[in-house]
Write a protein that binds this ligand. Structure first.
Ligand code: HEC
Ligand code: HEC
Length: 344
């Protein structure tokens, strides 16, 4: 584990921390129930914090409190944490989550594991930063159905927030502080200590069972092509692809955003980190289990003109299908989902 390593332009020097810790330039200090530091797992790149939103305990603590605060929604009925549940790797266990007044969403709530690394957000990729993404659930009528200026007004008299806001950003709690603090918290949601990571970092073959090893080899093989899209440390290349979920999609996918035909029925390739915890699957939550996912790919998906050529019938035996599932289950990181620091 590398600790205390940050982007050059976000160097955080504190006199006390320089004395008390070995990693002078990049450490930050903590109070109880705060995250000690963001540990960058082996094989993971640095996290890029924007110049005006470097990590600090105050920012992170404020962000965490806002993440679980129901007063961000119009009728104070739900928080970010209602749809992004820590024990489910910050996803939800229903196909479509309920917003205020039990209004049904249109997309499946994705995991926030390693969301710091995404080059763009939402399944269509229409949002460029985590700070900007905060406005999406706040305004969506089937999520918070609210407005960030009104949220700031509502929280104005909360002295805990005001003190933290001053300490964190040296200003009163406003839209700037709310979006930045939440994004600061989200960048700490790093998951890189699954069974698979422990195996990879130690090269100790005994850490994986025979079935898991066979599944891993299948996953990274030209036979299945899984890792051509679900690639790298975060198991995604962030491309927009059609994996043949339907012959005819109800949702036209990324074309909704770009209006380009080449984006018809395409969705962002999701990470597979903690995949065993984030059912149901796909943009609409229509696939209920990993067994169904593997059956889908084994069949080569449905007939669809926009389907990526890598998706084709695989002719896997029952053992191979089971092995693939066993491998996907090794991507679960309990240390991440059971970390009390991520709870209030
Ligand atoms: C009502 C359920 C719900 C609530 C409340 C909610 N989200 Fe989400 N979240 C979703 C869904 C559904 C998506 C997928 C939206 C899409 O792709 O169009 C999503 C997507 C995201 C993404 C993008 C992830 C990616 O892979 O691109 C982030 C980040 C995020 N939410 C953070 C938050 C934060 C922070 C809050 C609170 C301010 C919040 N969400 C509140 C359901 C919810
Ligand atoms: C051509 C690129 C591509 C290939 C190859 C591919 N996938 Fe996917 N995968 C996707 C896309 C795109 C989605 C999301 C589709 C959607 O949202 O409707 C997805 C979704 C998934 C999901 C659900 C993730 C979630 O959070 O909902 C799993 C699990 C998955 N793929 C596993 C695999 C496995 C296993 C293989 C190999 C057998 C594979 N994929 C091959 C592109 C690909």
């Amino acid at each position: 584990m590398r600790i205390c390593r940050f982007k050059k332009n976000t160097i955080y020097i504190s006199f006390v921390s320089a004395i008390l810790t070995a990693c002078y330039s990049n450490s930050f200090f903590l109070k109880s129930n705060s995250l000690k530091s963001i540990e960058i797992p082996k094989g993971f790149p640095e996290i890029e914090f924007p110049a005006d939103n470097a990590f600090s305990i105050e920012r992170w603590t404020l962000g965490k409190n806002l993440f679980y605060d129901k007063s961000l929604s119009l009728d104070s009925s739900i928080s970010c944490g209602s749809c992004h549940k820590v024990e489910l790797a910050f996803s939800d266990d229903v196909a479509l989550s309920l917003g205020v007044k039990k209004m049904l969403g249109t997309q499946n709530a994705p995991t926030l594991s390693n969301v710091a690394y995404h080059p763009y957000y939402t399944r269509l990729g229409g949002v460029s930063t985590l700070e900007k993404q905060i406005l999406v659930p706040i305004q969506e009528h089937n999520e918070f159905n609210f407005n960030i200026i009104e949220i700031a007004k509502r929280l104005k008299h909360n002295s805990k927030y005001q003190i933290l806001s001053k300490k964190a950003y040296n200003k009163e709690l406003d839209y700037y502080v709310i979006t930045r603090a939440l994004a600061n918290f989200e960048r700490s949601l790093i998951s890189g200590n699954s069974k698979y990571d422990r195996y990879k970092n130690s090269n100790n073959n005994e850490l994986l069972t025979e079935s898991e090893t066979r599944g891993m080899n299948l996953f990274f093989s030209d036979k299945t092509n899984c890792s051509k899209c679900h690639e790298g440390f975060n198991f995604t290349n962030y491309a927009f692809e059609n994996n043949g979920l339907y012959e005819k999609y109800k949702d036209i996918g990324r074309k909704r955003l770009t209006e380009k035909d080449e984006d018809l029925e395409k969705f962002k390739v999701p990470t597979l980190r903690n995949i065993a915890l984030t059912a149901p699957y796909m943009h609409d939550g229509s696939v209920k289990t990993l067994t169904e996912v593997v059956n889908h790919y084994n069949a080569g998906g449905k007939n669809n003109a926009h389907k990526n050529k890598l998706i084709k019938p695989l002719n896997l035996s029952d053992t191979e299908k089971n092995d693939l599932i066993k491998f996907l289950e090794t991507l679960t990181d309990i240390e991440f989902t059971k970390n009390p620091k991520f709870k209030l």
